[in-house]
Design a protein. Sequence first.
Length: 136
Amino acid sequence: MPLNMRARLILCVMVWGTVLAGCGVPDSGPDPYAVRNSSLAITSFGPTEIHAGVPFNRQPDGSSAVWIRVKHPVDGSHVAIHFDGTALQTVIRGSLLTARVPARLYAKPGIHALWVAGKNQDGARISSNKVKMIAK
């Protein structure tokens, strides 16, 4: 194969690899290949509105926290709360999930997407609906 043709082939493979990998764009929502699971339907969450850069649901260590309640208990599942595409370290107690939110994620005003995603006890990927938190 001539060098010019080989270089074009390598470039083409690299470009398509980048496109298929998402071009480095942050995750914009729940996993499109995950099964929408009715047990992960978000029934309530909080807070729904915050002030950008100001801690909310302040924890004893000064950090902020969110909570999400889903339709059915998810104990034993490997799921996490996602905040604008960032998976948060999540504590699960039945149908209640809580997580600390790093300050950098709510530093600026805007609308933040929250959802729950991960794997169920059988290893299948699952995802909830999205809800929105407003940072003024």
